[in-house]
Each structure stands twice: as structure tokens, then as C-alpha cells.
Design a protein around this ligand. Structure first.
Ligand code: NAP
Length: 316
């Protein structure tokens, strides 16, 4: 059972509710607690966010090289010196009720003075037949996580952006039997990656969409539609890595009238506040350059900017 506080005569379970325990949410929790706020942090999984699946991180200040799993574990441990992380607790609804926000989860309800949305983003799906069936049996959304299972196998990456290029270049180190499948006749990826794809002789199948992923117990191949000549073909594969972008996890606030951009990322001002009073958003769910360092900064910014509206003083 959570603690109950009184703020301007209103009973609050917590000052600050944080949804999502990736770098942005964990940073908000540390800054919030250190500023004297009572904080609850909820994560539908085990915290750490998508950092966890990065094989190696070399651009986070203070760590010249660290695995994502190690960095995520350190971040969780650090935050847990201040606040317990409510793991495996899925937020199902947010309601703004006067000066409070009610958070409903699959386990409890919390009333808080302000909320920080740090829900991140998820991989975009192709939404074709077989994609779900062969997930984990040939279909993957992360070459750097699952690539080693396909050493010297025949694989393809789908997508034409920077992520797809990076995934293809990573897989090239594991297998030479590699294709990049893109729906248009030119890549969206930056020139530096396009040049590296060429230099590494990665076979690019342009103007083609994956129509179906097929197999028996495991994936055996894909059916491709050529968008130029309207012809169908089959490509035998052992694995396919779908790398067609991310979807912000902003559904939970959409219903509240929180403003989103055309891609579904939450719009915030420089205080990390959304257009709805008492709702902040940070990290990958607001889009932009989506780096660990920027997420950490955004979490701190949101927590410190929540102080004034919660009737607290800035601590320094
Ligand atoms: P992205 O830039 O949005 O590219 C997504 C790619 O997937 C596009 O080529 C798109 O095709 C394709 N696509 C989207 N939906 C599709 C569908 N249903 N079927 C087939 N193809 C589909 O996403 P991203 O590559 O994940 O990159 C996201 C952001 O992170 C970008 O800003 C990127 O620059 C950044 N990033 C940077 C680096 C770096 O090292 N600098 C590395 C990775 C990512 P179209 O081109 O036809 O739209």
C-alpha cells in the first residue's frame, strides 16, 4: 500500500508518478527523490528500456565501452538506492481529476500530483502474414541481439533507413549471405552508411515489399512483391531482421488530449511539459535524437520542473 501525503488539502499517494524505467524514467526518479519528492516508478517489464538490448555502448559519457545490459543494470541499481522500481506493473489508464492524476495499473491505483511519461518506443512491425508466427524462429527486430544465431546463415534486413543499414553492416560480420530489402528505389540512410553498404558488397533488393514470411517449424523464406514490375518472387532465407523504424508508446496519453506529432511522438516544451498540466514526457517517446544522454537529461529536467507545480522549492 502506498504512502498518503497531503498537498493543498488534497490526498495524494505520491508526488510524482513515473511511467517507464528506462534511462529517462530512472533519471527522473533519482532527481525527484533527491529533491524531496515522493516518487512511484512503474515499468511493464524489468526496467532499463531498450538500452538493455544494445550489445555495446560507447558514447555515454564516463563509459568508454559497456554492454547495454550492464549499463541498464547499473542505472537500475543506482535508482534503487532512492526508490523501489515497481516492475512488471502495466499502466492501463491515466485520468486527470482536478489537481491529481489517477494512474491505474494491472495491480493498483495511484493518485499523484504529476506524471512523467517515459514509456519509450517499440519496433514498427511489417504486419504481414507469418511475422508473428515466426517471431523468435527466424523473425527478429534486433540484429545486434539475435544476429549471432544466424552466423553463416542466409539472412535479410528489411528497411532503408540508418537502422537497417547499421543492422546489415553488423550482420555482414557474421555472414556473407545477406540481403537488404527496401520498398523504394533509393535508401533513406545517410550517405556514410550507403557507402559502407556498397563497400561491403551488401546485396540490396530495391523496390520490393515483403508480402509474406513463410516456413514450417522455422522460417524458410519470404514472398516479395516488386513494386516496379508488379511481379512476385520468393527468396529463401534462414532469418529476417525487420528494421523499419520505431513506434512511440504514447497511446496511454493520447486519450487525454496530449498533443502528439504526426508520427505519434509526444510534443513537449523545454521544461518537458506536454500541453496538459501536470503531464511531462521524456526519452524516446518524445522522439528527436533518442540518445541515452539526452534521455537522462530530459528525465532530470522533468523532475526538477515538476517541483514548482507540486508546491516545492528548487533544492539548489
Ligand atoms: P527511419 O529513418 O524512419 O527509416 C525507416 C525505414 O523503414 C525507411 O526506409 C522506410 O521506408 C522503411 N519502412 C517504414 N515502414 C515500412 C513498411 N511498413 N514496410 C517496409 N519498409 C518500411 O527509421 P530508423 O532507420 O529506425 O531510424 C530512426 C531514427 O534514428 C532516424 O532519425 C535515424 O537517422 C536515427 N538513427 C541514426 C543512426 C546513426 O548512427 N546516426 C543509427 C540508427 C538510427 P521509406 O524510406 O520508403 O520511408
Amino acid at each position: 500500500m502506498s504512502l498518503v501525503f497531503v498537498f493543498r488539502g488534497i490526498r495524494l499517494d505520491y508526488d510524482l508518478g513515473i511511467i517507464g524505467a528506462g534511462p529517462a524514467g530512472l533519471s527522473a526518479a533519482i532527481y525527484g527523490k533527491r529533491a524531496g519528492l515522493e516518487v512511484v516508478i512503474l515499468d511493464k517489464s524489468f526496467g532499463g528500456g531498450t538500452v538493455t538490448i544494445n550489445p555495446v555502448i560507447e558514447n555515454y559519457l564516463g563509459f568508454d565501452s559497456i554492454t547495454g545490459a550492464e549499463l541498464a543494470a547499473r542505472m537500475r541499481d543506482h535508482a534503487e538506492k532512492y526508490v523501489k522500481i515497481n516492475m512488471s506493473e502495466h499502466v492501463t489508464q491515466l485520468e486527470v481529476i482536478n489537481d491529481r492524476i489517477k494512474i491505474t495499473t494491472d495491480k493498483a491505483t495511484y493518485r499523484v500530483g504529476a506524471v512523467v511519461i517515459a514509456t519509450g518506443s517499440e519496433y514498427r512491425r511489417l504486419n504481414v502474414r507469418g511475422e508473428g508466427k515466426f517471431l523468435g524462429r527466424g523473425v527478429s527486430y534486433c540484429a545486434t541481439c539475435d544476429g549471432p544465431f544466424f552466423k553463416n546463415k542466409r539472412v535479410a534486413v528489411v528497411g532503408g533507413g540508418n537502422s537497417a543499414a547499421v543492422e546489415a553492416l553488423y550482420l555482414k560480420g557474421l555472414t556473407d549471405d545477406l540481403f537488404l530489402i527496401h520498398r523504394r528505389d533509393q535508401l533513406r540512410a545517410e550517405d556514410i552508411y550507403v557507402n559502407q553498404l556498397k563497400k561491403n558488397n551488401i546485396d540490396i533488393i530495391f523496390s520490393s515489399t515483403v508480402e509474406e514470411i513463410y516456413g514450417d517449424e522455422v522460417l524458410k523464406g519470404v514472398k516479395l512483391h516488386n513494386n516496379s514490375d508488379d511481379k512476385m518472387s520468393e527468396l529463401a532465407l534462414d532469418g529476417i531482421f525487420i528494421s523499419i523504424g520505431n513506434m512511440p508508446q504514447s497511446e496511454i496519453v493520447k486519450i487525454l488530449g496530449v498533443e502528439l506529432d504526426k508520427s505519434g511522438y509526444i510534443k513537449v516544451n523545454n521544461k518537458m511539459m506536454t500541453n496538459i498540466n501536470r503531464i511531462f514526457a521524456v526519452g524516446d517517446v518524445i522522439g528527436g535524437i533518442r540518445q541515452i544522454s539526452t534521455s537522462v537529461a530530459e528525465g532530470a529536467t522533468a523532475a526538477l520542473n515538476s517541483l514548482e507545480l507540486l508546491g516545492r522549492k528548487y533544492p539548489f
